[in-house]
Structure formats: C-alpha cells, structure tokens
Design a protein around this ligand. Structure first.
Ligand code: CTP
Length: 414
C-alpha cells in the first residue's frame, strides 16, 4: 500500500477483538502505517487468545494497549489515563474485526474493558467491521445492536459472504484491507473541502461498436479518472463515476455508471449533471465512430483477401453540449476538461479550454513514456480560465488527482 495523503499523520485507534479474522487486522495495521497513519492498537482479552501484542507493535512501531489499568507507557499520550488519552486525540476509532460480544457492549454503552471505555470517551467517528461465524451476524439481537449503533452515527461495514473457519458458508467475513481502508477514507473525508458537493467524473476510453463483437477504442486505461474519483471522496464529495472500464477497483463511496460509446457517455453525463457542482471529464471520448453498426458479426470470406471498409462519422462532443447546458442552467458549476496532445501542448490546450468554455483544463503530453495513457504516473499542466497555468512534475496519478480536486474545491468556494 502506498502513501495516502488523507491518512498522513492521522491518529487511528484500531481496536481488535477475539476473532480468527485478527490476521486480517495485522495486514490492515501494516497498510495503514505504510500509508502514513499513526495506528494505536487496542486488543481485547479475547483477541489476546489469537495473537500477541508484539505482532501489532512490530507492524505499527507503536505501543499496543491491552489493559484498562495501564498507565503512561511512555507513549507521549496527553494524560496518564490511557483510555481518555487515546480517545482524545484520535481522528478515527475502527473496530475490526468486531465480535458480537463487543458490538453488544458498544450498542449498550457498557464500559468494562479498555476498548468499550475508549469508545465512550472518544469523540471521533466510529467504524465497526463485524466478523462472526455460523449465521450469528443475521441474528435479530445482532441486527438490533447494529441498528442502535447506526442510529447513533456509527459506520457499519457490511461483512462479506463466503466460507467461515468452521466450514460453514454465509455472511460474516471481515472484508479485505482495501475495502476497510476505503471506508476509513470516506469517513475521514467528511471534513474535506467538497463536503456536500456533487461531483461527476468520467474515465476510460469510449468503445464505438463496429459489430456485436468488435469496437474501436483508444489507449486510455481510466486510471487518472478513477484516481480523481477517489480524491473527490477523500475531500468529502458525493461522487458519480461514469466510465467504460470496470477493471480497476471502485473507490468506496463512489457510484459507478457503466457506459460504452460516446453517445452513451453523453446521455449519462447529461442525466447526472443537472445539479452537479463539478464535472471532470477525464474520459478519452472517441471523436469518430463507424457510421453504421453491423447487426451481425462481420464474417470474412475464406476464398478472398477482401476486407471491409469502415466509414467513420463524428461522435457528439460532450463538453460542447455541457457548455450549452451551463449557459441556460448554470450547472455544472465548475467544468474541467483534459487535453491529450502530441504537439504544441500549451497552445492546443489553451484553444481547447476557450472553445469548450471550461474553468480549467488539464493538459497531458502523451509522447512522454512515463505520463499519460496506461501508466501509473502523469506529468500535466493545469490551465485556468483566468490565463494562469500550473505545471505539475511527474507524480503518481493519485497525487495529480489530489491537486486537481484541491483546485476544483477552491473554485467552488470562490
Ligand atoms: N471530449 C468530449 N467529447 C468528445 C471528445 C472529447 O467531451 N467527443 C472531452 C474529453 O473528455 C476531454 C476534452 O474534451 O476532457 C478534450 O478531449 P480531446 O480528445 O483532447 O480533444 P478533442 O475535443 O477531441 O479535440 P482534438 O481533436 O482537437 O484533439
């Protein structure tokens, strides 16, 4: 797991309870630490039956708390009362895995161990990830406790379905680390600059059909668009991703709308952006499509070298239609386009920004091997409608995405 800006220096209490899924909590603690978070682990008595504190201490590099009556620990906590000190400075309290017993205690406000007392003292968001075998998760008592917690504002991460340690199959498995971290990002993002904002992002190359099995597309992987969707969630936005690709992991909190052709993308964008705060068109929309789509698969003739000739026609320009829409309705409030250019980058990009009536354009030189299509890194210039331009050095697409989202949030605030 790479560094995640949102998690950098965030104080996360990871409370671990007595479930065989603790092995996944070790991975979670490790990935959170690698992402830049400060992870304080609390283990319940039952958790100690499965694993020792040393394991968590080794991956977090920080003390592990097991005992309500422990003092100080030399860990620099603001008070010698461990549960108050832990809860006070925390950005997030995550109980993963959360057993039925611990969830019942949290729902009813019991306070008989370090975890339950810390949960009462903490003022940060609470996330619980239930994990339990044998249909316990579906028991009405369990569901009632989860309902109580949800009503009180806790975030419940739905367990996965699958095989339990007992050999039974059902719902109750702890989700994998990326899903758990995704929920944590969504919770932490609620304090961000896009809170309450509706953001539409497009990603991937459109597919223009030739016949039922063939299409014309381009080299766009959708990575930059997916990274922008994640950055928008990190900033607290309510995000819809209109995309042609489902090969990439969907960020938690993003609503995905799958489309194929430019025409389908146009309809989806128009439908979803009537009240949108921002539209970020990272998709590589085809400019041309076959003028007719064969109803049946085009067959070759065995005895001939003949090949069909494709006649192309123009696709609709989505941003030009959005420009019209904005003129009458004012929505989306902020529109960002992308420009993939192989020559005269800045001149072409500036002309595109003006022609399409954009607030901002992100220009890509697609001739560089480490930037643009398919790769994980990018090097772009952000051009503003006011004439300014900001070059961003070669960086991970996630970082470029954060820079774009920060700019969009600032524009919405103006
Ligand atoms: N775009 C669009 N509709 C299209 C083509 C492109 O909305 N039919 C959007 C892209 O999503 C991108 C921006 O317009 O945000 C610029 O795309 P690009 O392909 O670089 O530019 P074109 O408009 O195709 O212009 P040119 O052919 O001159 O490069």
């Amino acid at each position: 797991m790479a560094y995640i800006t949102l998690l950098h220096q965030k104080r996360i209490i990871l409370a671990v309870t007595g479930s065989i899924a603790v092995y996944k909590a070790v991975d979670l603690a490790s990935k959170l630490t690698q992402a830049g978070a400060l992870v304080d682990v609390i283990m319940t008595e039952a958790a100690l039956q499965f694993i020792t504190p040393l394991t968590f201490q080794s991956v977090t590099g920080r003390p592990v708390y097991t005992n309500l009556w422990e003092v100080g620990h030399g860990s620099g906590l603001p008070t010698h009362i461990a549960h108050v000190g832990l809860g006070e400075g925390a950005d997030l309290l995550v109980v993963a895995p959360a057993t039925a017993n611990t969830l019942a205690k949290l729902a009813h406000g019991l306070a008989d161990d370090l975890l339950s007392v810390t949960a009462l003292a903490a003022r940060c968001p609470l996330i619980v990830a239930p994990a339990m075998d044998g249909g316990m998760y579906l028991h009405p008592a369990m569901q009632a406790n989860l309902h109580t917690l949800r009503e009180r504002g806790a975030i419940i991460i739905e367990p996965d379905e699958g095989r339990f340690a007992s050999g039974l199959v059902g719902k109750g498995r702890l989700p994998e680390t990326p899903a758990l971290i995704g929920h944590m990002r969504q919770a932490l993002g609620q304090r961000g600059g896009l809170k309450g904002r509706q953001i539409i992002v497009t990603a991937g190359g459109t597919r223009e059909p030739i016949d039922p099995v063939r299409f014309i597309t381009n080299r766009s992987s959708g990575k930059q668009g997916y990274a922008i969707a994640q950055a928008a969630v990190d900033a607290g936005g309510s995000v819809t991703l209109i995309t042609t690709t489902h090969d990439l992991p969907l960020p938690v909190g993003v609503t995905r709308v799958m489309v194929g052709s430019a025409a389908e993308m146009l309809h989806a964008v128009l439908d979803h952006s009537t009240q949108a705060d921002a539209l970020i068109m990272a998709a590589a929309v085809a400019d041309f499509r076959p003028d007719r789509v064969a109803e049946q698969k085009i067959k070759k003739k065995d005895d001939s070298q003949e090949a069909p000739t494709l006649t192309l026609t123009r696709t609709p320009d989505i941003l030009m239609q959005i420009k019209e829409r904005r003129r009458t309705s004012g929505f989306p409030r902020v529109v960002v386009g992308f420009a993939a250019e192989s020559e005269h980058l800045l001149a072409h990009a500036r002309a595109k920004l003006e022609r399409k009536g954009l607030d901002m354009l992100v220009a890509n030189d697609i001739t560089a091997p480490d930037a643009g299509f398919e790769v994980d890194t990018n090097r772009v210039v952000m051009l503003d409608a006011d004439g300014s331009q900001t070059p961003l050095d070669l960086a991970q697409k996630s970082w470029i995405a954060e820079a774009i989202i920060a700019r969009v949030a600032a524009k919405l605030q103006d």
